[in-house]
Design a protein around this ligand. Structure first.
Ligand code: AMP
Length: 280
């Protein structure tokens, strides 16, 4: 694996590889790598000549300074994991390299970022779009791999690629879970042992929503699941929504022709966790 921290060096190297006819599979991450990240990488490695990974804890997507400060950083462990999946290129810039000047760009994603994560984390998706556009410009990948764990992020990236006409295939990858059902996340490391034990309640409740969908309408189901979350005082619910998988707007009734996903964000102690499950 070759590691680059500057834009000039990584672009020069990748330009040579592209000139030699190599295809590039790209996995952007914020590090603190886990099996969820590694599955994206294994797939990218299989489907392309070169696997390029970026690790950059992107300050402009954090709407909370404390969250940015405590975001887990595990560079040595990450390097070992990247070697194990035979990563070819790691791009790990610092914030000065990525943002030599103050960023001012404002994207308009219409209603896509007005709900769920977008509503609770103002500016978050604008920051995600800024960094992903910049990384795509630097790496020029043939394919880029994103996890369905961040379902709304995936929708935003697809829209960004369409709006900016970026020549890249976006490859969605399924959520990778711990054996007890908890969606893998870098933030899981921040949970106490006690919190980690109760965290599977999130996925258990999402499965309950899926199970009940044949017996109850969408709005009462939404309320029922909200009540279940709010009834468990160890969690603090931010939102639970049942949405159209393309527009991300809440649905009012079931329609087997409309892809439907239930999405949740909850606080467990000081850690904010998100998860989702496909209902239709
Ligand atoms: P992050 O480092 O959290 O920004 O995540 C980098 C990429 O890995 C994003 O595309 C995430 O959606 C994806 N990812 C994170 N956790 C998981 C997971 N449990 N399963 C699948 N993909 C994931």
């Amino acid at each position: 694996m070759i590691t680059f921290s500057t834009i000039n060096e990584v672009t020069e190297y990748l330009n040579q590889q592209k000139a030699a006819g190599k295809s590039i599979g790209f996995v952007p991450t914020m590090g603190a790598l886990h099996k969820g990240h590694l599955e994206l990488m294994q797939r990218a490695k299989k489907e392309n000549d070169l696997l390029v990974v970026s690790i950059f804890v992107n300050p402009v997507q954090f709407n909370n300074a404390d969250d940015l400060k405590k975001y887990p950083r595990t560079p040595d462990e990450d390097n070992r994991k990247l070697e194990r999946v035979h990563c070819d290129v790691l791009f790990a810039p610092d914030a000065g390299e990525m943002y030599p000047e103050k960023v001012t760009k404002q994207y308009d994603f219409g209603q896509l970022d007005k709900v769920m994560e977008g509503a609770f984390r103002p500016g978050h998706f604008n920051g995600v779009a800024i960094v992903v556009k910049k990384l795509f410009d630097i790496i020029s990948p043939d394919r880029a791999y994103f996890g369905e764990k961040d379902f709304q992020q995936l929708a935003i990236i697809k829209k960004l690629v369409a709006m900016e006409k970026i020549p890249v295939d976006i490859v969605p990858c399924p959520i990778v879970r711990e054996p007890d059902g908890l969606a893998m996340s870098s933030r899981n490391r921040l949970l106490t042992a006690e919190e980690r034990k109760i965290a599977p309640f999130i996925y258990k409740t999402l499965k309950e929503a899926k199970l009940r969908r044949n017996h109850i309408c969408a709005n009462p189901l939404r309320q029922m699941i909200i009540n279940i979350f709010e009834g468990n005082k160890q969690f603090r619910l931010e939102y639970f929504d049942i949405v159209n998988d393309e527009t991300l707007q809440p649905i009012n009734g079931w329609n087997n022709k409309v892809g439907t996903v239930a999405c949740v964000a909850v606080w467990l102690g000081n850690v904010r966790l998100i998860d989702n499950i496909r209902i239709i």
